[in-house]
Structure formats: structure tokens, C-alpha cells
Design a protein around this ligand. Structure first.
Ligand SMILES: NC(=O)c1ccc[n+]([C@@H]2O[C@H](COP(=O)([O-])OP(=O)(O)OC[C@H]3O[C@@H](n4cnc5c(N)ncnc54)[C@H](OP(=O)(O)O)[C@@H]3O)[C@@H](O)[C@H]2O)c1
Length: 347
């Protein structure tokens, strides 16, 4: 793959959809990242005014529809923060237009969608990465470092929990089945990613129980277990019904590591607590960092150096497989569903 090098100038980004969260979090991150420029934004034709407003705020060209942004030769990389059902399609279209793509989680809601993107990215010699921003926060690498140091012994159990409440009738896309709503593909995929990352493999099997708030056609909370073999397990819960909660724990043979706030950082310091079997309690503060900006920088570096994306599409495929298996298990009343693979990726 030919790298986007310094002679090409800054990596020029275009954004599909002028969403408010993205305009206040990701767009400033792109605009501030060294070697990056935010040059274009697009809205659907019926919301052209939003793209114009956001474009004006960032000094970016406003396109009247997404296809027009993809045809813009002044865009090298596209960020896709659309409803979940749109991710695969617009990623494939962006690749066909010769763009690199950073796509919001979940890249796809099944393994097949990830595989199609992987194949298209390879054919187009372009970089695609799923936007799991929490992986780029320094507290994440610090937690991995503490685990690798042996401070808590061998990892046996991961607990991850991500939840916040979305009110019924709020019009939120997360409550709409036709737009890929539901807790699993919103907060759930983050919580699922944690044990996969720290165990460095897919579980052998998973089972899940979902609940839905009356009047809603999506699951609003879930409790899942994962069996990684050799006495290693994960317990994951997530929801858009209760909260807020955004924490995980790594339980080892000689201690426990707790990350108090893994995903909803918004400028807060990270806090990691380590409890050891001898009664030791240690709290480490990881200074606040903007994980969105760090994610953009890491993606841009991979594009500019022609190296692999810092989160691989194989890892995305594995997360999608486990998410789909949780849905299948819940539909089967909590029956165990096989999810094993041979792939392995460390933290
Ligand atoms: N990484 C994070 O921290 C984070 C945070 C929030 C969301 N996300 C992800 O970003 C994606 C969008 O979430 P969001 O909360 O930003 O959603 P949102 O506020 O509802 O925005 C979604 C945008 O998608 C566009 N869109 C295209 N087709 C649409 C349709 N049929 N219905 C509604 N909108 C449509 C709209 O942009 P135009 O009207 O301008 O065309 C809309 O503004 C999701 O995949 C979510 O998982 C990630």
C-alpha cells in the first residue's frame, strides 16, 4: 500500500453526517490532530443546513449529500459516524472512492459484514479501522502493563459493565431496530471488547439473557457470560436502561485490577486501583487525555506510514462474531453459542 506521505500534505478528512456528539467530540479531535485537516462534512439532503452550520464552524466544505463528499478529491480519509445499519455500506462506498476509513463501532453487526470490508480494504489498498476510542487512552495501556507485570498474577476473570439510560420516546437511534438499535451494538460492543482484548482471543462459547423495557422493540439490558477455557471467564453486563456505569475489573490469581471509568472519560483523569492478595491497595491516577484525538492520530500515522491499523479488522470481526452470538444466545433463551477461533491479538 502506498503511504499517504508528508509530500501529500496533511491527511484531509471528510465526515459523513453532522451529528451533535461527533461535532463536539470527534471533529475537534480531527481538527486538532497533527498532520490532519478537517476539510469536508456532509449531511443527507433534507438536513443540508446541519452540514452547512458544522462546516462553517470548522472551516470545512459542506456537501449536500454523502456521495458528493466521497467524490471530493480534497478528501483522503472518511469518518463514518452513521446509524449502525449504515456502517458497512458507507465504508464500502468510501473504499470504492479510494478513501481511507475510520468507522464508528460497531463496524458491522455480523462477521460477514466485517469480512466484506476486510476484502474491499485489501483490494483498494486502503486503511480501515473501527473506532474503539477507549483502546487509545493511556489508562488502557497502563492497565495492560500492570497485568503483564504479574502484579495480579494470571488473569482468570474479566468483568466489564457499560450502561447509561436512554428515555423512551426520545427519538434516539439506539431505540430503533431498523437503524441497528439496542444495547448490544451500542454500549455492549465496548464491554464485549474488553475480555477479548485482555485474553487475546475469542471465547469458546458465550451465553446471554436480554431484557427489553416495555414498549420498546430493542434489548435495553443484557447479562452475558463467556468461557475462554482453562478456567478463564468473563461476565459482562450492559444496558441503555440503567446507569451510569462504565467500568471493568481484571481478576487475577493474586490480585484484582479495577478501571473505574473506561469509556465515558470526557476530560477526567483515569483511576486504576490494584488490590493484591497480601492486602495491598494501590491507586494510580492516569492524567486526563483525549482518547478521540489519540485514536485519530494513531489512525493517521498508520495511513501515512503505510503500516497496519492499530486495531485490526480481524479483531473487529471477532467482536462482531461474539456480539452476534450474544444475540443468538438470548433468542434461544440463554443457550450456549460456540464462538471459538484460532486468532489471537494481545492487549
Ligand atoms: N465513539 C463514541 O464515543 C461514540 C459516541 C456516540 C456515538 N457513536 C457512534 O456513532 C454513530 C452515530 O451515533 P450518534 O449518537 O452520533 O447518532 P445521531 O446523533 O442520531 O446521529 C446520526 C447521524 O447519522 C446520520 N443519519 C443517516 N441516516 C440516518 C437515519 N436514517 N436516521 C438518523 N440519522 C441518520 C444523520 O446525519 P445527517 O442528518 O447530518 O445526515 C445523523 O445526525 C453510532 O454508530 C454510535 O455507535 C460513538
Amino acid at each position: 500500500m502506498r503511504a499517504h506521505d508528508e509530500r501529500d500534505g496533511a491527511l484531509r478528512w471528510g465526515v459523513l453526517g453532522a451529528t451533535s456528539y461527533i461535532a463536539t467530540h470527534l471533529m475537534p479531535a480531527i481538527a486538532a490532530a497533527p498532520g490532519c485537516a478537517l476539510t469536508a462534512v456532509a449531511s443527507r439532503p433534507e438536513r443540508a443546513g446541519s452540514a452547512r452550520d458544522v462546516g462553517r464552524a470548522f472551516g470545512a466544505t459542506a456537501h449536500p449529500d454523502y456521495a458528493s463528499l466521497l467524490a471530493d478529491p480534497a478528501v483522503d480519509a472518511v469518518y463514518v459516524p452513521l446509524p449502525n445499519t449504515e456502517h458497512v455500506d458507507w465504508t464500502l462506498r468510501a473504499l470504492a472512492a479510494g478513501k481511507h476509513v475510520l468507522v464508528e463501532k460497531p463496524l458491522a453487526m455480523d462477521e460477514d459484514g466485517c469480512a466484506r470490508v476486510e476484502k474491499a480494504a485489501e483490494a483498494a489498498s486502503r486503511t480501515v479501522m473501527e473506532a474503539f476510542m477507549y483502546r487509545f487512552h493511556p489508562q488502557q495501556s497502563r492497565a495492560a502493563e500492570i497485568l503483564a507485570s504479574g502484579a495480579i498474577g494470571e488473569l482468570r476473570l474479566v468483568r466489564a459493565s457499560f450502561a447509561f439510560r436512554i428515555e423512551s420516546g426520545s427519538g434516539n437511534i439506539r431505540l430503533e431496530p431498523a437503524l441497528g438499535g439496542g444495547a448490544t451494538w451500542d454500549v455492549g460492543c465496548y464491554a464485549v471488547d474488553v475480555p477479548l482484548l485482555f485474553f487475546g482471543q475469542a471465547p469458546r462459547r458465550v451465553s446471554a439473557r436480554f431484557s427489553s423495557r416495555p414498549g420498546l422493540d430493542v434489548e435495553t439490558s443484557a447479562v452475558a457470560t463467556m468461557d475462554f477455557g482453562q478456567g478463564r471467564s468473563a461476565v459482562v453486563d450492559y444496558g441503555i436502561d440503567y446507569g451510569p456505569r462504565a467500568a471493568y475489573e481484571l481478576q487475577g490469581t493474586r490480585g484484582t485490577l479495577m478501571v473505574r471509568n473506561a469509556w465515558a472519560m470526557d476530560g477526567e483523569d483515569g483511576v486504576i486501583t490494584v488490590l493484591t492478595q497480601d492486602g495491598g491497595v494501590r491507586e494510580e491516577i492516569v492524567p486526563a487525555a483525549n482518547h478521540y484525538r489519540l485514536q485519530v492520530e494513531a489512525f493517521a500515522r498508520a495511513v501515512c506510514e503505510g503500516g497496519p491499523a492499530p486495531m485490526s479488522l480481524a479483531a473487529s470481526r471477532r467482536t462482531a462474531r461474539v456480539g452476534s452470538a450474544l444475540v443468538a444466545s438470548a433468542a434461544a433463551g440463554g443457550a450456549a453459542v460456540d464462538t471459538s477461533d484460532e486468532a489471537s491479538e494481545g492487549p
